[in-house]
Design a protein around this ligand. Structure first.
Ligand code: DGI
Ligand code: FE
Ligand code: FE
Length: 193
């Protein structure tokens, strides 16, 4: 990837993210790289997308909303009520503007890492899954099985994570973003796409 210096990205993130988020970020980057090796995806893109997926996570809600307003990024009703969801959209924006990422697949992987989307690319699936299974994650249901499954059957792992995420959100009575529901519905019907 041209214009992208992984070391520089890491240094910058170490300054802007809190310690816990930075550790999570490194975990996602090397888990994504391992998944890319396993499924013959671009390892460098996996690392960059993994590093940058949460680059807007430690920004205040006000700042995220402000960036969206100034940049003409649409804020949905769901995002207005749950502004943390915006870290994906704002993350994509920062990846392009501050980290000079031009690759659309990497930018999409950042944009869709929280809710997923119907018809995800290989790289988008890798980041979505790596975010869920990276070594620092401790509390997700079925984590041991999903970690093993991810390296054997990426699509089965994706569906399991979507299912467990919806179950978790229902359990804690948290509103479900229409995109999260749509993604699940899509992959239940299209198990191997
Ligand atoms: O940023 P991270 O914590 O690393 O991971 P993430 O961006 O995937 O966010 C994880 C949280 O997002 C997890 O607790 C599940 C939640 N989430 C995913 N889809 C939805 C959602 N939360 C709400 N309220 N609605 C959703 O549709
Ligand atoms: Fe995130
Ligand atoms: Fe994350």
């Amino acid at each position: 990837m041209k214009n992208v210096n992984i070391k520089k990205i890491r240094k910058k993130l170490e300054k802007t993210l809190d310690a816990k988020r930075y550790e999570h970020t490194l975990g996602v980057a090397y888990t994504a790289a391992a998944l890319a090796m396993c499924f013959q995806a671009d390892i460098e893109k996996a690392k960059v997308a993994g590093l940058l997926h949460d680059c807007a996570k430690c920004m205040s809600n006000e700042k995220k909303m402000d960036i969206c307003q100034k940049q003409g990024i649409e804020i949905t009703e769901m995002e207005k009520k749950n502004p943390f969801l915006l870290h994906a959209k704002v993350g994509r924006y920062l990846a392009r503007k501050q980290f000079h990422v031009k690759d659309e697949d990497v930018l999409n992987a950042i944009l869709n890492h929280t809710t997923g989307r119907p018809g995800m690319s290989r790289l988008e699936k890798i980041i979505y899954i790596a975010d869920y299974i990276e070594p620092e994650r401790k509390h997700a249901p079925n984590l041991t099985q999903v970690r093993k499954l991810a390296f054997r059957d990426i699509d089965a792992a994706l569906l399991q994570i979507l299912k467990d995420t919806l179950g978790y959100l229902q359990n804690i009575d948290s509103p479900v973003d229409p995109m999260t529901q749509e993604t699940y519905n899509y992959y239940v019907l299209n198990k191997r796409i």
